[in-house]
Design a protein around this ligand. Structure first.
Ligand code: A2P
Length: 276
């Protein structure tokens, strides 16, 4: 472990000698928290010039002569003065195998231009906003549920988070509690924000099953006490693995919703930045 950390520090120190490329911010890592051996979260300083809409993503990489860039949803809201990310650790992943070793004081590179489709502007007005996530797909919603605009535009906000096991649910549970107890957001989210989480490979949690199955069986709606999804009232956002995006999109289309984009807002949106 120590050896790994020392190597990471060394590579970061060496890399700091490399000039920061055009269009890239070099930021300091402020905080790192590991949830499981698969998931962690980190925060970096925010440059004044970095503007984004809650729900968007940006490319990040470690300093070096040939940086590996990956799309990461910004998990912090657009009003925050630091930038937070939530990441999986892929054992042989070209970026995450190194990224998971970062520590406060290290430098992270972030491209200057954020983008993405999981933004309130890409949805038509509605009553109820559904945010469907699996694993680290919760990251853009961590940003959105901390944005007052979401509570101004919707009467009800339902965040679904499905993971393999209970330990992976911790980030989402912590977040929602943080919003509910927050000085200002707490009041806005009061009676509006609900977390609906489930696991698929851990019998110790009361709620079991993939979100697609819970939708198909109607359990999702029964347990929440809401009517089945319909195009008049409901709006959806989806973020997860390629297979999850495909199946959840099909489920929403089955309820009559249609995919939208920044250019053409509609009743649901999908983030495809993390796949393929
Ligand atoms: P499962 O354990 O049945 O595969 P991962 O960590 O592999 O991205 O998975 C995160 C969660 O997403 C798991 O609970 C997983 O369930 C679920 N999942 C995987 N594929 C799909 C899919 N096609 N539709 C809905 N949920 C899925």
């Amino acid at each position: 472990m120590n050896e790994m950390v020392d190597q990471a520090k060394l590579s970061t120190d060496t890399a700091e000698a490399v000039a920061v490329p055009n269009g890239v911010f070099a930021q300091e890592v402020l905080e790192v928290e590991h949830y499981t051996d698969r998931l962690f979260r980190f925060r970096i300083t925010r440059p004044d010039a970095f503007r984004f809409r809650s729900g968007e993503f940006v490319m990040i990489g470690l300093p070096g002569p040939k940086p590996v860039w990956r799309a990461y949803s910004v998990a912090s809201p657009s009003w925050d003065d630091t930038v937070e990310f939530y990441s999986i650790k892929v054992p042989d992943g070209p970026l995450t195998s190194e990224l998971q070793k970062i520590q406060p004081g290290h430098t992270l590179w972030m491209r200057k231009k954020p983008t993405g489709t999981l933004v309130v502007d890409a949805l038509l007005p509605g009553k109820r906003l559904w945010m469907f996530s699996t694993g680290t797909g919760i990251a853009p919603f961590a940003s959105l549920i901390r944005d007052p605009e979401v509570y101004e535009k919707f009467d009800q906000v339902i965040l679904t988070h499905t993971c393999r096991d209970v330990a992976e649910l911790a980030y989402g549970e912590h977040l929602v509690n943080e919003v509910k107890n927050h000085e200002f957001l707490g009041e806005l989210a009061e009676g509006k924000l609900t977390l609906f989480n489930s696991v698929t490979r851990d019998p110790s949690f009361p709620r079991q099953g993939r979100i697609t199955d819970l939708m198909a069986s109607g359990e999702l709606f029964e347990q929440l006490g809401v009517p089945p999804i319909n195009p008049e009232d409901d709006r959806g956002m989806i973020c997860g693995s390629m297979a999850m995006l495909k199946d959840t999109k099909a489920a929403l289309e089955g309820f009559g919703l249609e995919e939208g984009s920044n250019a053409k807002p509609n009743t649901f949106v999908v983030e495809r930045a993390f796949v393929g």
